[in-house]
Unconditional design. Structure first.
Lengths: 99, 233
């Protein structure tokens, strides 16, 4: 398969994720959609690594995975903290950082 | 053969992504994301990124998804929210515009490499040996900073999600408040069950009780006080 096909798939995944971040209001689902966007970028990185025949793009993809894991950990910690404080789990109502 | 595999994996990845966005229940969204990640690992294998595919399945579809499932089970599905009003219309429009723009950029770029099948395959491309060598030589600094980032994220998550002392104190205060609230006498409190009956002089009766039948209640109260002096039980 030509590399372009993989790039088209990665662009579609990224756009679906971006749309989901805008449309959904549950912070858990927003985190899932962020994962989608990161995965789309990962697929593009690995495709370009295949195109050039070097492994540097795969290294970047692995680093992106690490960053995504960190982001998920902190995000889910925030969701649990919000739940403990009996606040509504809804990003439209959680628009203040204090308190 | 590789074309068939590519289309199966690509359709799986895209349907998984659509499922994440459209399914109402967050638990089903998490399952759709797991499906999407496994399909994406198949795409990575087609691009000869063996180690990345293995890490994707083990780390992402394994560990991170378990974390998600635990949090969804802890928090509960909640109300199945989707944004109202402006974003509900603008969000998909923005996504569509982004997709069109990216496709125009890709088709209009005219890059020769994009339409090729990639560089010739060298044996050992994308194996753990090559990736590990690169991580410990050329990309040592990103590797080390990634490990520090993981440590910081773990500590931060514990700090965020731990049980706060402030919150616990608040709950205790509420409990104590409930205990110390003066109860009306003769309403079946545990102290009365044990024979300790407050006299009307000590504590005024509950207004509703007094309104219902004043004389009888007061009489029993004085009787109870008398029997207590005689040493009841």
């Amino acid at each position: 398969m030509a590399i372009g096909w993989f790039l088209v798939v990665s662009a579609m995944i990224f756009c679906i994720g971006a749309g989901g971040v805008l449309v959904r209001r549950n912070p858990l689902v927003i985190l899932l959609c962020l994962e989608l966007m990161l995965n789309g970028a990962n697929l593009a990185l690995v495709a370009f690594a295949r195109m050039w025949g070097t492994e540097s793009g795969q290294i970047f993809a692995l680093i992106v995975m690490v960053v995504a894991a960190c982001e998920v950990t902190v995000g889910l910690g925030l969701v649990v903290a919000i739940y403990r404080r009996r606040l509504p789990i809804d990003v439209d109502e959680l628009n203040e950082l204090q308190g | 053969m590789s074309a068939v595999l590519f289309f199966i994996a690509a359709i799986g990845a895209i349907t998984g992504a659509i499922g994440v966005v459209t399914l109402r229940n967050p638990f089903y969204s998490v399952l759709a994301l797991a499906f999407h990640l496994v399909s994406l690992a198949a795409l990575f294998l087609l691009l000869r990124a063996e180690f990345v595919a293995a890490a994707q399945v083990i780390v992402y579809a394994g560990a991170v998804m378990v974390l998600y499932v635990f949090v969804v089970a802890y928090v509960g599905a909640g109300e199945t929210l989707s944004s109202g009003g402006v974003l509900k219309v603008l969000g998909p429009l923005f996504a569509l515009a982004l997709a069109v723009e990216l496709c125009i950029a890709m088709l209009g770029a005219g890059l020769k490499g994009v339409s090729s099948r990639g560089a010739p395959y060298v044996p050992g491309f994308g194996t753990p040996a090559h990736i590990g060598k690169l991580f410990l030589t050329t990309y040592l600094f990103p590797f080390e900073s990634a490990s520090i980032l993981l440590l910081v994220a773990a500590v931060g998550a514990i700090m965020l999600a731990r049980r706060r002392r402030g919150l616990e104190a608040e709950e205790q205060e509420i409990d104590e408040f409930l205990i110390r609230t003066p109860r009306p006498s003769y309403t079946g409190t545990m102290a009365e069950g044990g024979g300790v009956r407050p006299t009307p002089q000590d504590e005024p009766l509950h207004p509703e009780v007094r309104r219902a039948d004043t004389g009888e209640r007061v009489a029993t109260a004085s009787e109870a006080a008398g029997s207590e002096h005689q040493g009841g039980w």
